[in-house]
Design a protein around this ligand. Sequence first.
Ligand code: ADP
Ligand code: MG
Length: 238
Amino acid sequence: MAQVAISSVAKAFGTVKVLHEVSVDIADGQFVVLVGPSGCGKSTLLRMVAGLETVSGGTISIGDRVVNNLPPAKRDIAMVFQNYALYPHKTVEQNMAFALKLRGTDAAVVAERVKRAADILDLAPYLKRYPRQLSGGQRQRVAMGRAIVRNPQVFLFDEPLSNLDAKLRVQMRTEIKELHQRLKTTTIYVTHDQIEAMTMADKIVVMRDGRIEQVGAPLELFDRPANLFVAGFIGSPS
Ligand code: ADP
Ligand code: MG
């Protein structure tokens, strides 16, 4: 596991600035939630940590390495997306093993890691099934399984629950938190849902229009919102 330091990071697409000197420190093992309205720059920031977007200014470090110029595969992160992007023609087992095999991981190690992830995520009975034969929650677990088998230093989640129905969303929140309590992997979790943020985060980063409005523990934000925007956003029903 590792700490992540986002220091004065900026992003422009052409002449349009979408992030303005954003700084966030994420401690080793911490579960940090980036929350804010659609379009405020959450995914862009997460994608820069993942190496899927270049950084226009500032530095991002993972552990003791500045990663600005490292490709995604060298960053020791694993990302889980909203559309799980499972391979439809591969079984659950093959979906989880694929990224490891691509990296040339020893077959016995792959088998052992897939088994462990399947046990953690209650997927053992479904290993031979195809994604179309799974429920939405099971598919989301396979997507998490693909991240877990890589033993990354950092998990990155981009609105992983927004395609699920309300009941399943509540259940998966609990599952992701339990997973974090078990593995203690440093996590950056993006959502536009303030309830999700309040129930899951060790620390919340509230964003608006490419800037950070406030950083704090859930209760701190609730008790002492820095401004009307944070108060309105945290206090409004989802
Ligand atoms: P969020 O995830 O908070 O909804 P995004 O990070 O996706 O926000 O987007 C932040 C802003 O950057 C938005 O105005 C969006 O339109 C813009 N944006 C995102 N990706 C690109 C891109 N590849 N090219 C141009 N503009 C982009
Ligand atoms: Mg987004």
